[in-house]
Ligand binder design. Structure first.
Ligand SMILES: NC(=O)c1ccc[n+]([C@@H]2O[C@H](COP(=O)([O-])OP(=O)(O)OC[C@H]3O[C@@H](n4cnc5c(N)ncnc54)[C@H](OP(=O)(O)O)[C@@H]3O)[C@@H](O)[C@H]2O)c1
Length: 316
């Protein structure tokens, strides 16, 4: 059957894949199952010790006994949950980058397996499970050929979005053919016919043409216009809560366009020396002018996750 934009209901596994992680407390699985049920608008599949409830002025909260670690993880995902349940239909976008201590997301050859540890990978899959769609740039597709699924956690796969403005991908990417979820190959409308011809017919993917996508990226108008058009095209398909997973060029473009509400930078204790850069922001001459968004830290195994609240202090 052809995958649709609606995620399939997740089935609660007997043994969650993240059980093996040392820092996942026993009460997390009940809470996570409840979070996923909330995302799907379903009742929780297990009776939790701590129950989630919605408060109009505070969003999702938990009531009842909960371990400190589960409370910290809940706080990390709460902005996504609140965004899903918000009364407005405004798009909401979170991005991530897994980087080395010296600021690289891959080596010079593009190898990024793996920058971060297992805990950060599980976190990545949790973000996928909480969003309508996961987006990656064509560079990442060409090098990593990612599945973009939620196989490390309980939760349904999001719609997968491959951003390829001038349709340079060859059409053989795994996400375009494996049928694990709907995949949208986003390109400028000028290149839609090329993409469709490479895709063929028997596939669980669609080409999503975006009018003026290249105009919005080549400096002829606001450089953020292309990103805004992509976000609007996805919202028109009912895909509102978005997760930009990489690579560095794509995350930097979304950052520069000012559409990110949240940025998760997961810093691993590894030194790469030279390689592919992650986030790039406009340079400032004076330290006092450098953006310093509200941030909090969450330990993920050996990695340190920086959760930046860009909505609190919009940056351009
Ligand atoms: N550590 C992490 O968290 C993480 C996450 C994701 C990816 N990565 C790594 O990031 C690297 C890729 O990131 P990136 O910043 O280079 O790119 P990206 O953000 O994934 O994609 C955007 C880039 O793709 C280029 N592009 C378009 N079509 C292409 C094609 N067919 N083949 C190759 N490139 C194409 C675009 O060039 P134009 O603008 O010129 O069209 C643009 O520069 C990979 O090494 C990947 O392993 C790391």
């Amino acid at each position: 059957m052809r995958p649709s934009s609606e995620p399939a209901r997740a089935t609660l596994p007997a043994e969650p894949a993240d059980h093996a992680l040392a820092d996942v407390p026993a009460d997390w699985h009940g809470l996570w199952a409840q979070i996923v049920a909330t995302r799907e608008g379903q009742p929780a599949p297990v009776r939790p010790r701590a129950a989630m409830h919605w408060q109009p002025d505070a969003g999702w909260c938990i009531q009842g006994p909960v371990s400190a670690r589960s409370a910290a993880l809940f706080d990390l995902y709460k902005p996504l949950l609140d965004a899903r349940s918000a009364a407005t239909a405004t798009p909401w976008v979170v991005a991530q980058m897994g980087q080395s201590l010296d600021g690289f997301v891959a080596t010079t050859t593009g190898d990024s397996y793996y920058v971060n540890g297992a805990h950060s990978l599980v976190h990545l899959h949790r973000l996928r499970a909480l969003c309508d769609a996961v987006l990656v740039g064509a560079g990442t597709v060409a090098i990593d050929n990612p599945q973009l699924t939620t196989r490390r956690v309980y939760g349904a796969n999001p719609v997968r979005v491959l951003l390829d403005p001038d349709a340079r991908l060859d059409g053989h990417a795994r996400a375009l053919h494996d049928g694990q979820a709907l995949t949208l190959w986003v390109c400028d409308a000028l290149h839609a016919a090329t993409a469709r011809s490479r895709l063929g017919v028997a596939t669980a993917a669609e080409v999503l043409p975006v009018e003026g996508l290249l105009d919005g990226m080549n400096g002829h108008e606001d450089p953020g216009a292309g990103v805004h058009r992509v976000v609007a095209a996805l919202a028109a398909r009912g895909l509102r809560v978005l997760f930009v997973e990489g690579g560095g060029v794509t995350v930097s473009r979304f950052f520069a366009a000012g559409v990110l509400q949240r940025l998760h930078l997961s810093v691993a204790p590894v030194l790469v020396g030279e390689g592919r850069r992650g986030l790039r922001v406009p340079a400032r001459a004076v330290m006092a002018d450098c953006p310093r968004p509200p941030a909090r830290m969450v330990v993920l195994g050996d990695d340190m996750l920086w959760d930046l609240d860009l909505a609190a202090a919009p940056l351009r």
